[in-house]
Design a binder for this molecule. Sequence first.
Ligand SMILES: Cc1cc2nc3c(=O)[nH]c(=O)nc-3n(C[C@H](O)[C@H](O)[C@H](O)COP(=O)(O)O)c2cc1C
Length: 165
Amino acid sequence: MKVLVAVGSKYGATRGLADVIGQEIGSVGFDVDVEDACDVLSVTAYDAVIVGSAIYGGLWRRDASALIEEHADELKKRDVWLFSSGVREVKEPGYATGEAEKLTELVGAEQHAMFAGALDYDRLNVGERAIIRAINPPMGDHRDFALVRDWAHEIGVRLLFLALA
Ligand SMILES: Cc1cc2nc3c(=O)[nH]c(=O)nc-3n(C[C@H](O)[C@H](O)[C@H](O)COP(=O)(O)O)c2cc1C
């Protein structure tokens, strides 16, 4: 059984979560590719697909949401899980919400999980710094790798059941 973990990440925090998810599912015994969503041309080689994205302005990274929208027909035939990562204090009036739920519905994904991300002010561009200064969210790395590993392990066990069925 071949598994794809595809991720939309601007500064690498969500990519770090995807790497851990890939390691954990690989440790259960599956053949796993972890790819940036923009590099995925097709999902047909995979039996199961996990797609995750950082949230910016309430939305997924465009490469990750486009991957789901453009390959929806193929994804519907596969086992799919989604995850988002963000710093929930970063919210402004008018920010879109519910995109991940819509994507979950679109492909009939098993589940959408929300994980804490990371904010490194020094790496942000001028526009992002202005937004972050106005909101003043907690800076730093809030990723809970143990939680993410547990989530990925559950997926691995579920895939094991499916593979044996
Ligand atoms: C300009 C900006 C806007 C953001 N908007 C949101 C948001 O709407 N909701 C949220 O939960 N996190 C938001 N975040 C936090 C990011 O999702 C978080 O830093 C994430 O871990 C970044 O992942 P990456 O390093 O993979 O790009 C925002 C961060 C920045 C810099």
